[in-house]
Design a protein. Sequence first.
Length: 136
Amino acid sequence: MKKIEHIGIAVKNLKVSNDLYEKLLGVAPYKEEEVLSEGVKTSFFKNGPNKIELLESTTADGPIAKFLEKKGEGIHHIAFEVDDILAELARLKQEGFIILNETPKKGADNKWVAFVHPKSTNGVLIELCQEVAIVP
């Protein structure tokens, strides 16, 4: 793993949260997009070298909707940038981590993504990210 790629925050209302984070960070989101496969709308903020992803559910039964129902708004995941997502998934699986996505899928911000179950990472959902330009 190279670095923390971004921190994902689950929100109930993306527009309200965009306004809040724009005031907090002093910058507008640099990107907004919908990820149909995950049932979310996202926006990304850049703060120095760091990124924050806000996630709003677009479905009543999607992963963000379930998270919000159970835990409320707040940190949803920490994403790490990797050079080779398939190799990293294999390594983590060999180390005994519970992998939620055996095969990476297209995520937001032009990334291949896969997740590690929070049961195996002290309650924190971990996302692995690799640039789409690099085919897994």
